[in-house]
Design a protein around this ligand. Sequence first.
Ligand code: TXE
Length: 466
Amino acid sequence: MPDTLLDRVSADAATGRDIHDPATGELIGRAPEATVDDLDAAVARARDAQPAWEARGHSERTEILLRAADAIDAHAEELARLLSREQGKPLNGPNARFELGACSAWLRTSATLALEPEVVVDDGDTHAELTYKAVGVVGAIGPWNWPLMIGIWQLAPALRMGNTVVLKPSEYTPLSVLALIGVMNEVLPKDVVIGVSGGRDVGARLASHPDVDKIMFTGSTATGRKIIESSAGNLARLTLELGGNDAGIVLPSADPQAIAQDLFWGAFINTGQTCAALKRLYVHDSIYDQVVDALAEIAGQTPMGNGLDENNVLGPLQNKQQFDIVNRLVEDAKANGARIVTGGQPATDLGPLFYPITLVADVADGVAIVDEEQFGPTLPIIRYSDIDEAVASANRLDVGLGGSVWGDRDEARAVAARLQAGTVWINSHGGVHPMIPFGGVKGSGYGLEFGVEGLKSVAVPQIING
Ligand code: TXE
């Protein structure tokens, strides 16, 4: 009899995909490797289950989803440990336990949020109301960096609105996502959420499936483009969160010591593997050295290592592909004359996928480490003297998920309005909230998640006129 969440979702050795712990290389388990036929069968089951789920009505769904959140809480520690082993992120700090806490909090908020009908005209002659219904079957395709939290971001509003969901986790982190879905399915009716783990072919089939009405995707811009192409075939509505290359601007009015902790975690939450993390920092010349020194001091005091060790708050890169990207960008920066303030070489003493916090100073726009998303524990810090230059730098790339401005609040708000980004934080970076809409502009994708706007994105509007 299976006695752990991992046992419940593991496949056998002959058919499963081996999943290794990125911190140690150890085999954790084997994920079921679905075929395209399996995916088709899952969509058919989700389609069959959808009308009854929608017919339960909002209050019954609220009650069931709140119980699903309770089930997540009851299994939170076991899920956090599995997540830590599979993804690499430490249990502590803004990592695995934090991620599980966010999962149940998000689910609870979505479960109790209402999308009320809106009277758009009521003038005596005409009475027209805008109402919302479920879209139908939602396909959710997830990444490996925050696999559970982003899974819940996709599932919670979709379920709230009466949709059923087929979710394909990243092939790097399927076990923890399947385990989370297994826990939710202790409470949810059959086939309302179906997890299907598999490769890119399964993701591609889900995105192009004729019986899928909506795709929620978080991942790379390249895959996002493919999903847009397949939506020409099935006309699936899309919410695309495609990462970014968030800029932060530190004004001369900022206090380097006071902002250093928040700058550090804005950049290095989840060891930098976060879509809306600070990835380019523009600092005014007058306080440049103080900001670099303050960040270096924190880097030196922040423990990195195996995630199951309670002391660590930074972990490995999740996979070799991402490790190679970080290594290449740092090497290229060195070759271009940048100054490595901390780190700069793989931390092979910790394990093959560890890279230390690497602050890269005296670097400029046009160098790859500034222009490309690193998605890892490195931060280029660029000196500026004129705010117009810094704003132009922040806006010059074809992505725009987040951004931040640091310093006097009124000055910072004026600069924020000039940035091309879906969210601009003042004196912080990357904090998300279940009631605050979140989404990108330009190459970072389109569609809003969270709050009432997030419910609208998994609903179809209907006008009742008369
Ligand atoms: O993403 P992919 P990967 C960035 C980060 C990273 C890069 C690649 O820079 O280096 O993306 O990461 C599924 N149709 N981000 O390889 O390939 C795939 O199976 C439908 C930013 O993980 O986009 C997986 O489940 N689906 C990001 C998911 O898409 C397809 C978080 C993501 O895979 C598919 C992670 C297809 N044709 C990485 N091909 C963020 N926005 O936060 C693949 N998939």
